[in-house]
Design a protein around this ligand. Structure first.
Ligand SMILES: [Zn+2]
Length: 370
């Protein structure tokens, strides 16, 4: 295939390509090709191979502003044996040539959602350009990931180091019984790619820790906390608040669930409300039990929060906690309008400025992961 790819040919060719934007961070933030990854600075052949492996792609397409720098890079990579391409005419040509962000097939796939005036075509395009990370591919994550992928969120990350167990199967709807023993992030990626081939799924097949969480979340626009450990929930809160990443917390136990979203430092965070991991031990689902459908409800609420955040639609659960009791079917919204001045991560004198240095706050007690 010719080293230069025209913007009009992209839709047919991009499926197995990693698209790298080499224009620089500011240009990237002002707009980029759907699914493109920012690559600022030099990139070696070794780094290129690592990137391809990370994204599970075999080919790479570079683009710059006018197609010169990208052509040079593609040439260098080809000399090193990598199947590389350059976007002819660069980003400018793409802007002029690519008539629509959504293909005809995508317009059809999402038509019932595009019909909604609150979402419409521009909302669908925002979803396509968005990057959402779901931490924990268990019961909450299964529901959230399913609806995010089906809704057309363009890039979805899945972080989970856990392996599928038989006792997960009554609530973790992404999986099949014959996959027991395998890593959930990998299984979820494969399943979601079948559900919606338009979506790019990035796998992080490890548990988040104070050491890796900042790197894990930094490229995403919105984080969904689908974990089941209270220590990890504090870690996700603190990392998101420090990096100013919008995120949605949820907790489920027995027949109950709660959801809270944070987007900006003006709002109370999870730690503002719950302060610290309690001294007395809090059981998780594997110890206290859970009804699968409750996780389905709450995980779906989390997907909705992400979709509303991305499309700028409706009211988010910021500064409030949504609670749901399946036994009585009562739901409530509890306002948390005030920030906690003594909050360790967002109060007036925060003691947590780096999660790695606050490691002991997140040390796991008990076992298991939702
Ligand atoms: Zn706080």
């Amino acid at each position: 295939m010719d080293i230069e790819v025209r913007a009009s040919e992209l839709d047919d060719k991009k499926a197995d390509m990693l698209i790298l934007d080499v224009r620089g961070e500011i240009a990237y933030r002002h707009g980029h090709l759907p699914g493109a990854v920012l690559q600022s600075g030099e990139i070696s052949v070794v780094e290129m191979n690592d990137l391809l492996q990370e994204y599970g792609k075999r080919k790479v397409l570079f683009y710059c502003n006018v197609g010169e720098k990208s052509m040079e890079l593609a040439g260098e990579m080809r000399n090193a044996g990598i199947e590389a391409y350059s976007l002819k005419g660069g980003f400018r040509a793409w802007l002029l040539e690519a008539p629509e962000l959504l293909s005809a097939e995508e317009a059809e796939r999402y038509s019932r959602q595009i019909l909604l005036p609150e979402i419409g075509k521009s909302g669908q395009e925002k979803l396509k350009n968005a990057k959402v990370l779901v931490i924990g591919a268990g019961a909450l994550g299964s529901a959230a990931l399913t609806y995010l992928a089906l809704a057309g969120v363009g890039t979805i990350g899945i972080a989970d180091g856990d392996r599928l167990e038989l006792s997960n199967m009554h609530r973790q709807i992404l999986y099949k019984t014959d996959s027991i023993g395998r890593n959930k992030a990998l299984l979820a990626k494969k399943r979601l790619e079948v559900m919606n081939p338009d979506v790019r799924i990035i796998m992080h097949d490890y548990f988040v820790t104070p050491d890796n969480i900042m790197e894990c979340i930094q490229d995403y626009d919105f984080i969904v906390d689908g974990t089941d450990r209270i220590e990890t929930k504090f870690l996700i809160n603190d990392a998101c608040v420090l990096l100013r990443k919008a995120f949605c917390h949820a907790g489920i136990l027995r027949f109950e669930g709660q959801v809270m979203t944070w987007t900006r430092p003006e709002h109370a965070c999870y730690r503002c409300v719950f302060e610290d991991v309690p001294e007395e031990y809090i059981p998780n689902c594997s110890e206290a039990g859970i009804v699968g459908a409750v996780a389905g409800v709450i995980g779906s609420v989390q997907a909705l929060e992400a979709i509303k955040y991305i499309t700028g639609t409706g009211e988010l659960l910021v500064g409030k906690i949504f609670t749901f009791d399946a036994l009585t079917m009562k739901s409530r919204i509890v306002p948390v309008s005030e920030k906690n001045k003594a909050c360790k991560v967002c109060g007036t004198q925060p003691s947590i400025v780096d999660v790695r240095q606050a490691e002991e706050l997140y040390r796991l007690r008990g076992c298991g992961n939702e």
